[in-house]
Write a protein that binds this ligand. Sequence first.
Ligand code: PY5
Length: 307
Amino acid sequence: MPFEKTEKIWMDGELVPWDDARVHVLTHSLHYGSGVFEGIRTYAAADGPAVFRLTDHIQRLFDSAKLIMMEIPYTRDELIEACKLTVRESGLDSCYVRPIAYLGYGEIGLNPLPCEVNVSIAVWPWGSYLGEESLEAGVKVKVSSWRRMDPNINPVAAKGTGIYINSSLAKVEALHGGYDEAILLNTTGSVAEATGENVFTVKNGVLYTPPLSSGALEGITRDSVMTIARDFGYEVREQPLLRTDLYLADEAFLCGTAAEIVPIREVDDREIGDPGEVTRKIQETYFAAVHGQVEKYADWLEYANDA
Ligand code: PY5
């Protein structure tokens, strides 16, 4: 999907024109994947553009940095304000927000510790990542031949730029096979997650999702889904899933900031079918919540205009 450019990108404390937001070709992170990032969405709400669970996303950015021993040269509050500022500056009611902290120009050895840490925040309009139609029709997924990395090979709990080569390999394999998305198993064969989304199944009215120990990212949408499901009175179990649990699920869906909540209609050519009742209820409530229409979840919204 091509970018719809916005006016300004926040780079190390300054708003620079979109086309001038450049880095040197010897930027450390370009060579070794040593960056950490977040994907956040802003939604139009009655009180203005609302950044969904911004503080939680910025906390995860700092957690990712800690895992790779990167010192971000800003406080959480400074980056929260910088995200809001960049959103305000764009004039958009709804947009995707992409903060990234990366090792800059100056050192090219493998020791990252002497490198300067740079931070930027870009925002742009971004429709649902797996396609607007995916939200209604659902997607066809393939269990990848690529395994999610073991946490002792790479800290999969970090949203680290280099770690995403694993996801991209799986994504390309799935697309070449005619599927929309891939689900990765971990090295012991349990379901971990999709390339950029967490996974849920529904069986006999109970929701299941792999635990973080299976290699799933601690998704903020995953957490919101678990809260919504429990508030509806559903039981939610975090437990290891086999690929065959996906095949035999009554319902299944993917969730993530970019993709939002996307029903799965087929796994490895086994039909799951039209989106089921549980998936629909959670999807509807989630979309109402992100637009500020559910009082109970009002705390999830952080308004860009509240400077
Ligand atoms: N798992 C992985 C590997 C992810 O990259 C993401 C988010 C998630 C799970 C879901 O996490 P959350 O609910 O906190 O977003 N992926 C990014 C996103 O912005 C990048 C997608 C291109 O959704």
